[in-house]
Design a protein around this ligand. Structure first.
Ligand code: GLC
Length: 421
């Protein structure tokens, strides 16, 4: 293996404190430009037509969670006082090898929504009872009210035909009709970041920011200067005012949608594994199968003297046997890709806080985050907290990053109540 190239790539992924300040500042600037004139921002900054819940919302609602590798339909009972119960849940993958694939280029929107309608029918099997349904749809959608959201463009390597440009809840309604399900009425669509924020704000006070840090990456926040106050879905995976290195460039050029989702391609779980694979291809000078974010996590967590887990992955996936010194380089590479991601993500949160509090004092608050990278990748949460300290100094103690697990369903249920307000 070529350790000189490895060292060089590690340097390319290393960020200085000045880089972090610049990222936070340019993120803030891009948001503020977008608030004045959206064509001036690299982010879509989409209106979501919801305000924050009080925690007293009540009732039984159906929630559809669509946007990751699994579809979920959940019956949620909101009890008020920030409490809730899950009454019923059905989950199915969107792709089942050898059986079906609802996200490929050949997949048709109608079949996808029929599949979803069947799952809804299973959960709403008591046809004598009517349900309102909230839909967490985790793709950039142009909204004109809380119901009417049309998909602008697929992201996260989804391709299903016949959905882009359409009002997603109309497609869902048509499928429910085809399936004869008359007791379910879709009333809202929210992004998954919005769902996380609503879910967390239902249970906690002082929340303004919600984020997904998983297969994809995106953040929303409560903006009081837009239409009397509403949550804005930044679609900040598209943020592109930051320098990229040559590995990022190779990834972008070979991806399904070059030039798009530049930030997401640097930080999210879906792409971290690819960055690592591309870097290893350069270092080992051979073609490789894809490494994943899980491989990166396993390598970072390997503290054994002989780095046996790193060795095992390299043997099985790259078919190479390396010395312990070489394995240490590989581990350092995995770590630097993940640390860059955590630092950049935290810096974007600071950009939002700088916008919200201008040059005044930051208000004490929690930032809700959901997603496998935040939850499971070793050292990510610690690195994010350290980055907040670097950028906010003493004020960092006012910010707490909290894991909002499974917020998509709860948020969708809450949005049904907000839709009726
Ligand atoms: C992608 C989508 C965005 C979503 C994020 C996390 O960035 O465009 O809408 O919030 O993934 O799932």
């Amino acid at each position: 293996m070529n350790t000189a190239i490895c060292e060089k790539i590690i340097r390319e992924f290393t960020l200085s404190n000045d880089d972090l300040v610049n990222i936070a500042a340019s993120f803030r600037k891009d948001m503020e430009r977008g608030l004045v004139d959206i064509s001036e921002s690299s982010m879509k900054m989409l209106k979501s037509y919801v305000k924050l819940p009080t925690g007293e919302e009540k009732g039984d609602f159906l929630a559809l969670d669509f946007g990751g590798t699994n579809l979920r339909v959940v019956l949620v009972r909101l009890l008020g006082n920030g409490e809730y119960e899950i009454l019923k849940k059905v989950a199915k993958p969107l792709v089942k090898e050898g059986e079906y694939n609802f996200i490929s280029k050949e997949a048709k929107g109608e079949d996808l929504f029929d599949f979803i309608a069947d799952m809804i029918g299973e959960v709403a099997e008591d046809r004598g009872k009517n349900y309102l349904l909230g839909h967490t749809f985790s793709f950039p959608s142009m909204q004109s009210n809380i119901y009417n959201a049309s998909l602008i463009t697929w992201t996260k390597e989804f391709y299903t035909q016949g959905v882009e440009g359409e009002v997603v809840n109309d497609l869902l309604k048509a499928a429910l009709k085809r399936r004869g399900i008359k007791n379910v009425e879709p009333v809202s669509v929210i992004n998954d970041t919005v769902a996380v924020l609503l879910a967390s704000a239902y249970k906690n006070k002082n929340m303004q920011i919600g984020s997904i840090y998983a297969t994809g990456f995106n953040t929303c926040y409560y903006e009081d200067k837009v239409d009397g106050g509403m949550v804005i879905n930044l679609e900040c995976g598209g943020f592109n005012r930051l320098g990229i290195n040559y590995i990022d460039k190779i990834l972008d050029e070979t991806s399904a949608y070059p030039f798009q989702q530049r930030l997401e391609k640097m930080v999210s779980g879906r792409y971290m594994g690819e960055l690592f694979t591309i870097a290893l291809t350069e270092i080992l000078e051979k073609n490789l199968e894809n490494f994943t974010a899980v491989d990166i996590s396993t390598m970072i967590a390997d503290n054994s003297d002989d780095l046996k887990d790193v060795a095992k992955i390299m043997e099985s996936k790259a078919n190479v046997t390396l010395s312990t010194d070489e394995l240490a380089y590989i581990k350092a590479l995995a770590e630097v890709i993940s640390l860059r991601s955590a630092k950049v993500v935290a810096a974007t949160y600071v950009g939002i806080l700088w916008h919200l509090f201008k040059d005044g004092e930051i208000k004490e608050q929690k930032i809700a985050v959901d997603g496998s990278v935040f939850e499971k990748m070793p050292k990510v949460q610690k690195t994010m907290a350290d980055t907040l300290k670097i950028l906010l100094e003493d004020e960092a103690s006012k910010i707490e990053l909290v894991l909002e697990n499974g917020g998509s369903a709860l948020g969708a249920a809450i949005s049904c109540v907000l839709a009726n307000n």
